[in-house]
Structures are given as C-alpha cells and as structure tokens.
Design a protein. Structure first.
Length: 300
C-alpha cells in the first residue's frame, strides 16, 4: 500500500455539511508545513470528498494535472516556499481528474467506494510526516471504506469540525459516535465559523452563536482545540488569482494590503489573522498524534 511510509494519518470529519472541513484541512496543512523542523515536514492532503472536491481550488491548483506512472498516480505539489524552513505540501483529489470543475460526479456507492480505495492504494506519496484526509459529510460509504482500509495502518485519529449552532452539533455528534463504533480515536474538536471578524474594525460578532463545539466536546469527553472565526481576508487570500481581486471582496479589504502574489501561499498565510489560531491548534494536533502513536506502538 502507498501509505506505508506515512508517519501520521489524520482524518478531518464532520457529520454536517458546510462546516468548513476543507478550509480546516487546508489551514492545518499550511500550519504543519510552517512548523520549523529539520528536515522540513512533508505534508499530504487527500481529498476524498468526491462530489465536492474543493481542495485544488483552495490551494490554487485547479489547472494542475495528475501524472500516471507505472507505480500509480503522482500527487500534485504546491509550489515551494522561498523560506527554507517551510515544508512541502502534496495533494491528490478527484478534482484533478475531472475535465471541467463544473462536472458533476453521479456515482453509486460501489463506485465511490472503489474510488476511495484506489486513492488509498494507488497514489505514490513517498515519505510523509502527515497525511490529512478531507472527507465528505456524513457517515456513508466513503467513511466506511476509509475506516476499513486504514485500520491496518494505525491512523492517528480524527479531527472533528463543527460550527457553534445546535443544528450543527446535533449532526456532528453522530460522527463522534461513528468514530467510537469503528475504533477511530477522536484527536480533538475544532469549532469553525465561531464569530465573524469585521474587515473594517476587526470586531468579532457571534453570528452563529458560540460555544456549541466546547459543550459537545465536554459531553463526549474529548479535547476541544479552539474556535475559529470567519475572516473575509482569509477568503480573499485563497481566492486570489493572477493579481485580480474578486469583485465580491473588493469592499472588504480596506484594512489589509492586497496579498503579494510573488510570495507563495505558504508565506502569505503567515499574514492571515487565522494563522496564529491554527498555529495553536496544530501544536495540539502534533502533541496528540505523538501521544496516540506512542500508545499504538506500545500495544503492538
């Protein structure tokens, strides 16, 4: 299996759609790659959200293509940072295989299951320190295939993403129960969209309430890693293309300079207000993954 040289496999899960799993996955990857380490960390992102593969767009890799070798698919690499302390990020997604980003994926369960298993076995990742697996919402075929296929590889566990409101946590609780049933450790809970940061005055308003993720984590006795607000400037950062500012964002950037596209995304993310928040979350991920790894190694 192509994942044998991956040190830490982490799934990003949520029982609810629209909570920002892909955004959390991308920012975890960027934050991990920015950790000073000798040698720099190698990070992979596997996008198994087959009907909504957004990772290529969020990393500005939409025009990239996957290359087929005799050994399997080669993942697409994010352009390297000019900072030698930054690590690398490689990506695999169904989005790279579609002729047009607007094409719909109309597949029944067996074909989706086969595609997930092919992603897990036929992608030539090489040596990775962390592989983050971005999943679709729910507890359906893709999740069961992932759980069954990854069991022999001792995945470190799952990061659970929710938004604060009760309608979200009610569905995410089902994902926590799913993890328990399949024996997948819950590493921590992230409450996304916890407040809106005004781009003009930087005041944070709790438009979706706040604290639901913390209460849920306490109910299930799992770690709560923090709350992440909505930041329009982060949206602009990942939407920036060829020096053009999207028209929908031109009125929300008066307090922030336009991103310098001569710097790579890894470097520009350091200017984001969300970077220090995810730095803390990522430190908790690294610590928790090490604890789980030590426990798994001692039991084998």
């Amino acid at each position: 299996m192509s994942l044998e040289n991956v040190k830490n496999i982490v799934l990003v899960l949520s029982g609810k759609g629209g909570v920002g799993k892909s955004s959390v996955t991308v920012q975890l990857a960027l934050s991990l790659a920015r950790i000073p380490h000798d040698p720099p960390l190698k990070i992979g992102i596997l996008d198994v959200d087959l009907t909504g593969p957004n990772i290529p767009r969020m990393l500005n890799l939409e025009t990239s293509k996957v290359h087929q070798t005799v050994s399997g698919w080669l993942p697409v690499a994010l352009p390297p940072s000019t900072d030698p302390t930054h690590g690398s990020i490689s990506v695999m997604s169904l989005g790279f295989l579609l002729k047009d980003r607007g094409d719909s994926v109309v597949w029944r369960g067996p074909k989706k299951t086969a595609m997930v298993r092919q992603f897990l076995t036929d992608v030539m990742w090489g040596e990775l320190d962390y592989l983050l697996i971005d999943t679709p919402p729910g507890t359906s075929d893709e999740h069961i295939s992932l759980a069954e296929t990854l069991v022999p590889l001792n995945p470190r566990g799952a990061v659970i993403v929710t938004t604060p409101q009760a309608v979200s946590t009610a569905d995410v609780k089902k994902e926590l129960n799913f993890c328990k049933k399949v024996g997948l450790e819950v590493l921590g809970v992230v409450e996304n969209m916890s407040g809106f940061v005004c781009p003009h005055c930087a005041e944070c308003t709790n438009i979706f309430s706040s604290g639901g993720g913390l209460v849920m984590a306490q109910q299930f006795n799992v770690d709560f890693w923090g709350s992440v607000p909505i930041d329009p400037n982060y949206v602009m950062l990942i939407e920036q293309r060829d020096g053009d500012v999207p028209s929908s964002q031109t009125t929300t950037t008066t307090t922030t300079e336009q991103p310098d596209l001569k710097r790579g995304l890894l470097e520009r993310y350091g200017d984001s207000a969300l970077c220090p928040i995810f730095k803390t979350i990522t430190e908790k991920l690294v610590t928790k993954a090490a604890e789980v790894a030590a426990r798994q190694n001692s039991s084998t």
